[in-house]
Design a protein around this ligand. Structure first.
Ligand SMILES: [Zn+2]
Length: 364
């Protein structure tokens, strides 16, 4: 107990937090959705702040190009192709051994979000795609959970904290003054743009300092939520054009009242309900496709599979995944298989292509 008081002393001195706020943080659960650039910063700051339980979910593994901005990872993680959730957990446990850190190597989808977010006091966005953001938003609105959205691409960043409208009994719905519910993500961004039309950090790059700024705003909002400082939440859409020195906040209160949001006004949660049979997702801008075979059967058979795949190219296996580089005619593909049955096929942005590569080398 004494060590905890020392550890968080400079934080519990803050008027908005105090000893009581510090205890509330210790009793809290935060869900980090995706542990790329934004997620790394959020996870590290919340771990250092003493949030009692951090749940990190990420579907990907560490690569060399991540190290420029994904602060929890190092060259060894990339060389070993460690899943990001695992590498993050290992690093964070060295930073703060007094908290619980859960790592989930998985993608977030409508079948598992309830399990991942069910007991979370706040959802923190470290996602790399809009579809999962709509899903997180559906979840947040349907369950009355705060969701700290953040995004950074190129030198432009955004942030907004969704404090969903409920039936009037949520802690941010209590008074008509500063403390009030906000529009949801879908009120602000109505429709998903066609695939491939929005820039991603893989096509136009991303400034590392921008990421730390956006994530720091998200963490600040999360700390306010977790310590019960609901009236202090920002409630504006933060817009940062960092290279052009332009930082502004957009008032968006009218977006709920004046809009006709299917999610928070009509409580129609189409992303949460999911679609059956959608087993392939193109990883935007990455020249890669994720497959989720209906009947994954290679889990636990990595060693056998590795022997077979070595006849086509280089194969590495660790306790979490198998990675194979295969030359298929003039093309080269990188096949990554996870223990949960997922596969990421790199070298194509066509779902059909990825399926046929998977069928050819892994099995159908
Ligand atoms: Zn809405």
């Amino acid at each position: 107990v004494t060590s905890s008081i020392d550890r968080y002393h400079r934080q519990s001195l803050l008027a908005g937090i105090g000893a009581d706020g510090q205890r509330r943080l210790a009793d809290s659960t935060a869900l980090i959705l995706g542990c790329g650039a934004l997620g790394c910063v959020s996870a590290e700051l919340l771990a250092r702040a003493g949030v009692g339980r951090l749940r990190i979910v990420d579907r990907d593994f560490v690569e060399l190009t991540n190290l420029q901005r994904q602060l929890l990872y190092d060259e060894r993680d990339a060389a070993e192709a460690l899943p990001k959730a695992i590498a993050a957990k290992r690093r964070l446990e060295r930073i703060n051994s007094e908290i619980t850190i859960e790592a989930h190597v998985d993608d977030v989808n409508y079948t598992n979000i309830d399990e991942l977010a069910g007991d979370a006091d706040v959802l923190i966005d470290g996602l790399d795609n809009l579809e999962t953001r709509y899903l997180a938003n559906d979840y947040a609105v349907s369950r009355g959970r705060p969701y700290a959205y953040g995004a950074a691409v190129g030198t432009s960043g955004m942030g907004f904290t969704i404090l969903p409208h409920g039936s009037g009994d949520l802690p941010w719905e209590n008074d008509g003054g500063d403390n009030h519910a906000t529009p949801c993500f879908r009120c602000l961004f109505e429709e998903m743009p066609p695939a491939g039309t929005s820039p991603t950090c893989d096509t136009i790059g991303v400034l590392s300092s921008l990421v730390t700024i956006v994530a720091s705003f998200q963490v600040t909002e999360a700390l306010k939520v977790l310590t019960g400082n609901f009236a202090k939440l920002r409630r504006t859409l933060l817009n940062i054009e960092l290279w052009d020195n332009d930082i502004h906040q957009l008032g968006v209160d009218g977006a709920y009242e004046n809009g006709d949001c299917p999610c928070c006004k009509h409580r129609h949660f189409e992303y949460l309900e999911g679609e059956s049979g959608n087993s392939a997702s193109v990883l935007c801008g990455r020249n890669a496709v994720q497959l989720r075979p209906r009947k994954p059967d290679q889990a636990g058979h990595f060693e056998q599979l590795a022997v077979r795949l070595r006849t086509f190219g280089e194969v590495t296996v660790n306790e979490f995944m198998l990675r194979a580089l295969v030359a298929d005619g003039a093309k080269r593909y990188e096949i990554s298989l996870f223990r949960d049955g997922r596969a990421i096929i790199k070298g194509t942005d066509q779902a059909d292509d990825a399926r046929s590569i998977y069928a050819r080398y892994v099995g159908s």
